[in-house]
Design a protein around this ligand. Structure first.
Ligand code: AMP
Length: 386
């Protein structure tokens, strides 16, 4: 019983991976897109699940399938770790829909389909918020009225937890230490982006908040901004809350500043002298630098700064820009190491540096599979945290 099927569903897509956890190999990787759209290959999530199983026919061995691991975006303050899915858990994920109105319904839809399609296989939910449930109250509390906090769940939850957890553990291994022995700042810079302060293996602060909108500048999200901007735009333009929320999530960030949500395009335009693209890059790196500074203060001692995800793993320009000027704080990178062509876990700081600067490719699917397998009593996974 070594196979784990990892499912990650959006409103119109299902990404899947079938992993053999005996040797952590990937047996199949795929995506079913445009669910419910004209010309798409599936009319709904149930039909899409059949497409997935069809694509896995010949690879998936049901007698060897130990678990299905579902990525679930929002676990609120209820889920602190991987959770075996029951009717009660489904009801709880449903109750959390107001906090994640786009993501949780899509996750739940696929969970329900998968439970029906593979009724004999344990289904495990792995929440994007769970790793951040260790944030102290001082870090997760917003200074807003008690009724908002207590009745409406307004607080910082944080996201990308599966990635931060995986990457911080791998980074500790690269340092030759146990996670409990090190403090680090993890920078997950992908299309979505977040920073995480990890003290002795636990998340103690993170830049995304009640929703993924807060924090760093992202592909299409603004990140931090004065909340009064929303009321101001509403007054000046007559736009409603939903439209402003959509603009800040889908039409802001690098896209709004530099003309593309893909950092490669922004870098190429900046290299050709496009001033807007250069400003986008500068603002993007400056925001990361500010978070590094605040997490140095939050942690006191930092053993490593770790870059991960599409931008963090691939853009030497952003890595250099993010830590520029931090030498007096013990953080610097070697230009040669930073620009070396590598997909491996690696150091990019010079050998004499006080604080290690690392690049660690993320792997959320392996983390989800490992947590799911450990929960159902498969291989005791050295790669999961307590
Ligand atoms: P992710 O969400 O982790 O898949 O990351 C996606 C982002 O990574 C995209 O916005 C790309 O701009 C960025 N990315 C991927 N490859 C590169 C690269 N070689 N250089 C710069 N950015 C990259």
């Amino acid at each position: 019983m070594n196979q784990v099927l990892v499912l990650n569903s959006g409103s119109s897509s299902i990404k899947y991976q079938l992993l053999d956890m005996a040797d952590r190999s990937r047996l199949a990787v795929g995506i079913v897109e445009r669910i419910g759209e004209p010309g798409g290959s599936a009319s709904d999530h149930a039909a899409a699940m059949q497409v997935v199983l069809g694509e896995l026919a010949g690879t998936l061995d049901r007698s060897a399938l130990a678990a299905v691991g579902h990525r679930v975006v929002h676990g609120g303050d209820r889920f602190r770790g991987p959770t075996l899915i029951t009717d009660e858990v489904c009801a709880a994920i449903k109750e959390l829909i107001p906090l994640a109105p786009l993501h949780n319904p899509a996750n739940l839809m696929l969970i329900e389909v998968a439970r029906k399609t593979l009724p004999d296989t344990p289904q495990v939910a792995v929440f994007d918020t769970a790793f951040h449930q260790t944030l102290p109250a001082a870090a997760h509390t917003y200074a807003v009225p008690a009724a908002w906090r207590e009745d409406l769940g307004v607080r910082r939850y944080g996201f990308h937890g599966t990635s931060h957890q995986y990457v911080s553990r791998r980074a500790a291994a690269l340092l030759g230490r146990r996670p409990e022995e090190v403090n680090m700042i993890v920078l997950h810079l992908g299309n979505g982006a977040s920073a995480c302060a990890v003290r002795e293996g636990r998340s103690v602060d993170t830049s995304m908040g009640m929703t993924p909108l807060e924090g760093l500048i992202m592909g299409t999200r603004s990140g931090d901004l004065d909340p009064a901007v929303c009321a101001y735009i509403a007054r000046r333009t007559g736009r409603g809350a939903e439209e402003i929320d959509l603009t800040l999530n889908k039409s802001s960030g690098l896209l709004a500043l530099g003309g593309s949500n893909d950092l490669r395009d922004v870098e190429a335009a900046a290299a050709k002298g496009d001033a807007n693209a250069q400003l986008a890059l500068d603002a993007y790196c400056y925001r990361i630098r500010k978070y590094i500074g605040s997490y140095l203060a939050a942690l006191g001692r930092v053993d490593a700064v770790v870059f991960t995800a599409g931008v963090g793993e691939n853009s030497a320009t952003v890595r250099a820009g993010a830590v520029a000027g931090l030498e007096h704080l013990g953080i610097s990178i070697s230009a040669k190491r930073n620009t070396a062509d590598s997909k491996e876990e690696r150091y990019i700081s010079p050998y004499w540096a006080e604080t290690a600067v690392l690049v660690v490719p993320t792997d959320e699917e392996i983390e989800i599979a490992g947590q799911a397998l450990a929960l159902v009593g498969g291989e005791p996974a050295a790669h999961t945290s307590p």
